[in-house]
Design a binder for this molecule. Structure first.
Ligand SMILES: *Cc1c(COP(=O)(O)O)cnc(C)c1O
Length: 413
């Protein structure tokens, strides 16, 4: 691949009225509409501008570390005994996950729009750290809303954000977690809309966010497709990615959507099992509803109340999902499965021991499903996995789970 191509953003036009089939849209109060209209006008213009593309592409290469490699996981392949497993290494991106592709792009866009201030919400802190990183780089003040519950659980990421110069604003209302932090960030945005940009962390929220975040993450799939052709000898049989809000999955799927023969498999958090009710398998067990400004699949009770979720992985622990995933499920272009906590833990240990890679627990969900699938396929087939992030942030969780009895030897890792 050429230096110029690597890392350049990939442009697809925004969907009409922000709809992905029946899903998406803008289910927001009137006060938010001017800000969404402004963003919906400015974002496509900026992303289509060769100057903007060149500058963002240069930053993605020289600052963030693109292109990330696509790696043949030889020992994991031998373990599963079937198709070749190839890993798209977003763990090697600066800050340790795919999230910086989006945060860097949105903050760069906000600066071009003349915004003087950035707000964001964060749950586990990964998106907050990526946004604080981009704001440090572009010299923009950054306020990250975070539930007090999450601040306690993710103290290290709170410190990281503060070291990067961001203000972490504690949110004590409601359950004091991601959902409440999101509401606080939206409130801030709507009262400072003239000078503030709100950086959403996944392919969720009202139009144009699902399209904007997808566009900024599509670099993963475009690179991976080129790398599979050049280095793996052909396209994958299936592309596998974990799905929280769905941005790393949409990003890698985007490179293969028009390859009709390539299957797309999204992996949600099965938690303690779908039957237990303690999971975050939105597409697997939810039904359509509105959350955070868009119509999509949603985990809700019979009265339409959003259900509490559970996953060992904080990044997948979300009751909603991006509207494009709902469309991909409805159309049958992608399929979705769930992996339970214990399966993800086993995949974490397997990957650590066989490949010398500590995956994020989110990523471990994709690895578990990909390994199982590979075992059913012939040796000349290829399975491409979105290796969305590194697992250093999850060591406490893994060690605690091991101590509680779900150790590395339980599932033959
Ligand atoms: C945040 C995160 C996810 C989940 O977010 P998506 O928007 O679904 O990609 C997955 N993997 C890692 C490493 C993350 O940090």
């Amino acid at each position: 691949m050429t230096e110029v191509e690597a890392g350049a953003p990939v442009l697809v036009p925004p969907p009409p009225r922000g709809r992905f089939g029946a899903f998406g849209g803008q289910f927001v109060p009137e006060t938010v509409m001017p800000a969404l209209d402004e963003l919906a006008a400015a974002a496509p213009a900026a992303l289509a501008d060769p100057g903007f593309q060149a500058e963002l592409g240069r930053l993605l290469r020289t600052y963030a570390g693109r292109p990330t490699p696509t790696y043949f996981a030889e020992r994991l392949t031998a373990h599963h005994g079937g198709a070749q497993l190839w890993l798209k290494r977003e763990d090697l991106l600066h800050t340790g996950a795919h999230k910086l592709n989006n945060a860097l792009g949105q903050v760069f866009l906000a600066r071009r729009m003349g915004k003087r201030r950035i707000v964001a919400e964060t749950g586990a802190g990964q998106h907050g750290v990526a946004t604080a990183t981009a704001c440090a780089r572009f010299d923009l003040p950054c306020v990250v809303y975070m539930g007090v519950e999450d601040m306690e659980r993710q103290a290290m990421n709170v410190s990281r954000m503060r070291l990067l110069g961001a203000t972490v604003e504690p949110v004590a209302s409601g359950s004091a977690t991601l959902k409440d932090a999101t509401s606080a960030a939206i409130r801030d945005w709507t009262t400072h809309v003239a000078d503030t940009h709100y950086v959403i962390g996944s392919v969720v929220g009202p139009h144009p966010y699902p399209w904007l975040v997808r566009t900024l993450q599509a670099v993963i799939g475009v690179e991976a497709r080129r790398q599979m052709l050049a280095e793996a000898g052909g396209l994958p049989h299936t592309v596998v990615a974990c799905v929280g809000g769905g941005s790393n999955a949409i990003g890698i799927f985007a490179g293969f959507l028009s390859d009709g023969g390539v299957r797309l498999l999204g992996v949600e958090a099965g938690g303690l099992g779908l039957a237990s009710g303690h999971h975050a398998a939105t597409l697997g067990a939810g039904r359509p509803g509105v959350l955070h400004g868009a119509l999509s699949f949603l985990l809700q009770d019979a009265d339409g109340q959003v259900q509490p979720t559970h996953s060992i992985s904080a990044g997948l622990d979300y009751p909603g999902v991006g509207p494009e995933h709902s469309q991909l499920k409805a159309s049958g272009r992608a399929s979705y499965t769930a992996v339970e906590d214990r399966q993800a833990l086993a995949a974490f240990h397997r990957c650590a021991r066989l490949e010398g890679l500590l995956p994020a627990l989110e990523t471990a969900h994709a690895l578990a499903a990909a390994g199982e699938l590979a075992g059913t396929l012939p040796a000349d087939a290829r399975v491409l996995v979105s290796f969305s992030g590194r697992g250093d942030k999850d060591l406490d969780t893994v060690l605690a789970a091991d101590a509680a009895g779900a150790g590395p030897d339980r599932e033959g890792a």
